[in-house]
Design a protein around this ligand. Sequence first.
Ligand code: FES
Length: 63
Amino acid sequence: MYICLCNGLTDRDIKSAVASGAQRIANVYETLGAAPQCAKCTTNIRDIIRETSGSSAPITVRR
Ligand code: FES
């Protein structure tokens, strides 16, 4: 399922980034070679980080 339409990122992409060590939203973008644009996906990315890593990842977005 697409999570970030601006960058074409799916839930699988994001889970893969978290598995590679991304613990913050900004890390997910960096790991996937993407950058936040509209930032509407940040809540969903945060939820996936929490589900995947079991952490309470803060919302951190660099623009
Ligand atoms: S939907 Fe992710 S930056 Fe726009």
